[in-house]
Design a protein around this ligand. Structure first.
Ligand code: CP
Ligand code: NVA
Length: 309
């Protein structure tokens, strides 16, 4: 079974799992949401977050508690991590205390190094390159709204960075069409686009464009994220006029498909990447999407810890 194959594995990129494994994980998340039970028997999750977080921190913690496990907050400011203890040393020590470790940091290379030195599963809880846990919840939401993933057209508008990257890979894996519309200087990483195109071959289309209006035409999902991510706050003001054509507002939404829904990973900057009217409007599925972080990550924890029999 696909889900058992995830036991003991790392989840550093959305593309670390196969299409059957991703589909099995989403089915498990849906089952858990309906009240299905599984237990991790006192396993301990470490949260090593070098950036702020509300949803990821709380949903991982609650998921672990609901599975019967415990959580330790390894705040870098009160551990030796913040004083620069080398990753290979930290990883080999934490490996001996914890059962699983979720890391939020800047460089993808750092979580790759953690995973290399720690034998326990390491989860990417957001890096500058990817946000794969977010996309598990997003795909669950799209599945709930449309009853399928294959053939659904998802359009991402905004900065071509972490969320866009994982969305590209996730949509390609499940056979959803993915269009990413960004300003010319903020396109997704070429290596990720190439990887998504390779995963999508024969299943779905991957489109990268600077044209927001053409991109949304016929789309069933419009998705956006902040225009300046954590660590890029100093560029926020200069980015505003560059990204304005990519704002999800009532006018842009009217150009999408008649059944289009709106997603945002949150936190949002209202009236920047998304208007207040759209956020609170009838097409918004933002709160359902945020809730699904809990169910999707509970499925991920259960699978990586081998709690599925
Ligand atoms: N979407 C998301 O990852 O939110 P947090 O930064 O609050 O965890
Ligand atoms: N792109 C955003 C996502 C936050 C969940 C960031 O990295 O800050």
């Amino acid at each position: 079974m696909s889900i058992q194959a995830l036991r003991g594995r790392d989840f550093l990129s959305l593309a670390d799992i196969s299409t059957p494994e991703l589909n099995a994980l989403l089915q498990l998340a849906a089952d858990l949401k309906q009240g299905a039970c599984t237990a991790t028997s006192q396993k301990v999750l470490g949260l090593l977050f070098s950036k702020a977080s509300t949803r990821t921190r709380v949903s991982f913690s609650v998921a672990m508690y609901q599975l019967g496990g415990q959580v330790i907050d390894l705040n870098p400011n009160v551990t030796q991590v913040g004083r620069g203890e080398p990753i290979p040393d930290t990883a080999r020590v934490l490996d001996r205390y914890l059962d699983i470790l979720a890391i939020r940091t800047f460089h993808q290379a750092d979580i790759l190094e953690f995973a290399r030195y720690a034998r326990i599963p390491v989860i990417n809880a957001l890096t500058d390159l990817e946000h794969p846990c977010q996309i598990l919840a997003d795909l669950l939401t799209v599945q709930e709204c449309f009853g399928r993933l294959a053939g659904v057209t998802v359009t991402y508008l905004g900065d071509g960075n972490n969320v866009a990257h994982s969305l590209l890979l996730g949509c390609a894996l499940v056979g959803a069409n993915i269009r990413v519309a960004t300003p010319a200087s903020y396109v997704p990483a070429a290596a990720i686009v190439e990887q998504a195109r390779s995963l999508a071959t024969g299943k779905s289309e991957v489109t990268i464009t600077t044209d927001a209006i053409t991109a949304v035409k016929g789309s069933q999902v419009l998705y956006t994220d902040v225009w300046a991510s954590m660590g890029q706050e100093a560029e926020a003001t200069e980015r505003l006029p560059i990204f304005q054509p990519y704002q999800i507002n009532a006018d842009l939404l009217s150009k999408a498909g008649p059944d289009a829904i709106v997603l945002h990973c949150l936190p949002a900057h209202r009236e920047e990447e998304i208007t207040d009217t759209v956020m609170e409007g009838e097409r918004s599925r933002l709160w359902q999407q945020a809730e699904n972080r809990l169910h999707a990550q509970k499925a991920l924890l259960a699978a990586l810890l081998g709690a599925i029999h």
